[in-house]
Design a protein around this ligand. Structure first.
Ligand code: ZN
Length: 222
């Protein structure tokens, strides 16, 4: 039977686990939401809730770069030059459920994250129509409540613009290349303001996402 102090410790642990689980659910794409590794988080928290890992999870706004690439890049999709934060594909970032495509229990990131100051201007890098939010391939809350998709009908691709708060376009709008469409934020993001850019075949879900390399068109600068 647990004594009073043990009971308090257990309830604290439960709170930590709930908090950590929430952080996982807020990560960049639905992959993290559908199968959040709550048991893994619970084990990690039980091992020592004062470990550096636990401290990182309890500071959801802390920005972390999960790539070794320290170069800065420009793109037609955003203003300024910025660094990659999480690449497309298997990642060391802890927000994602283990994925069978990845080694060492790592998760799969369905887009690319570019770290940038909150409020950075985001542009349409290609022409497209703003997709109605509830149509097939609808985005979950992990992308932030105001995230949206831009569809290029010629390419038959949807471009997901994640973690925005200010949006300057509406569903159904036809948007020309170069149009200001939104500003970057940390809405729904556990790790600070960034653009989550994801490319999918039109009207498909995150599982169908493809490498965004060509479409984001990063240009390395000094
Ligand atoms: Zn992301």
């Amino acid at each position: 039977m647990l004594g009073r102090s043990s009971a308090i410790a257990v309830s604290t642990l439960a709170l930590l686990v709930a908090t950590a689980g929430g952080a996982a659910a807020r990560s960049c794409d639905e992959g993290a939401v559908s199968s959040s590794p709550a048991s893994t988080v619970a084990v990690a928290a039980a091992v020592g809730d004062r470990s550096p890992g636990a401290a990182q999870r309890s500071q959801p706004q802390q920005r972390r770069f999960w790539v070794s690439d320290r170069n800065y890049y420009r793109s037609d999709w955003y203003a300024g030059k910025h660094r990659k934060m999480i690449a497309y594909g298997c990642t060391r970032a802890p927000y994602y459920a283990p994925d069978p495509r990845c080694q060492k229990g790592r998760g799969f990131h369905h887009g690319i994250d570019i770290a940038m100051p909150c409020g950075t201007r985001l542009f349409a890098g290609l022409r497209g129509t703003v997709v109605r939010p509830t149509s097939p391939g609808a985005l979950g809350s992990a992308y932030g409540a105001d995230a949206f998709r831009l569809r290029n009908s010629r390419m038959q691709k949807d471009f997901v613009i994640g973690h925005v708060r200010k949006v300057f376009v509406q569903p159904g709008d036809r948007v020309a290349r170069g149009t200001l469409i939104a500003r970057a934020s940390d809405a729904g993001a556990p790790d600070g303001c960034h653009l989550h850019f994801e490319v999918r075949p039109a009207a498909q879900g995150y599982q169908a996402a493809v490498a965004p390399t060509d479409d984001i068109g990063l240009r390395r600068v000094g």
